[in-house]
Design a protein around this ligand. Structure first.
Ligand SMILES: [Zn+2]
Length: 185
């Protein structure tokens, strides 16, 4: 480490501690030449892997592109910019922790979908329909069906049973009117 004041390469460490939640080691150093004190941080190198596209081309990770895709999928949906940033953070973390040097773009797509599915189902379907481009329509339809079942189940839970309709509620238009002159059997 070169001293920022005199350029001397010799220094001694006078203090060493963890910082950034244990993700870096902070060291106070003192230049042997001029006595200047300065701080260095040491971190584990964790790079985001290269993205391998369908045609085999490699691209470096582009967070902005991911955020643009998320924004498009979430248009007019109740999803904040902060929530989209959190999805991007989570995906970047997963990619770093995966420790691979390269990762298929399809794997990124799957990650985005799994996060969107939790965040907003409409955004999820939009993203999935664009992302998968109907390459595998069977899989996509299965997913839509699973999604539909979940939505129907949650609706059923919210809608009160018909017996709880108040007595003075308007009768549905297609219900037959009761007939008083009908013999009771
Ligand atoms: Zn110095």
């Amino acid at each position: 480490m070169k001293c920022p004041s005199c350029g001397n390469l010799d220094n001694k460490v006078i203090d060493s501690r963890l910082s950034e939640g244990g993700e870096a080691t902070r060291r106070r150093r003192e230049c042997v030449g001029c006595g200047r004190r300065y701080t260095t941080y040491e971190r584990i190198e964790e790079a985001i892997p290269l993205i391998v596209k369908k045609d085999g081309r490699r691209e470096s990770w582009d967070r902005r592109k991911l955020l643009q895709g998320l924004e498009r999928a979430c248009q007019k949906r109740p999803v904040s910019a902060a929530a989209r940033e959190e999805v991007a953070d989570a995906i970047e973390r997963e990619l770093r922790e995966g420790g691979e040097r390269e990762v298929a773009s399809s794997e990124i797509g799957e990650k985005v979908m799994s996060h969107l599915r939790e965040l907003d189902q409409v955004a999820y379907v939009r993203f999935a329909s664009v992302y998968r481009q109907f390459d595998d329509i069977g899989e996509f339809l299965d997913e839509l069906q699973r999604l539909g079942q979940r939505v129907r189940t949650s609706e059923r839970l919210r809608v009160p049973p018909p017996t709880s309709r108040p007595a003075d509620a308007p009768r549905p238009a297609d219900a037959p009117l009761p007939r008083r002159d009908e013999p009771v059997e």
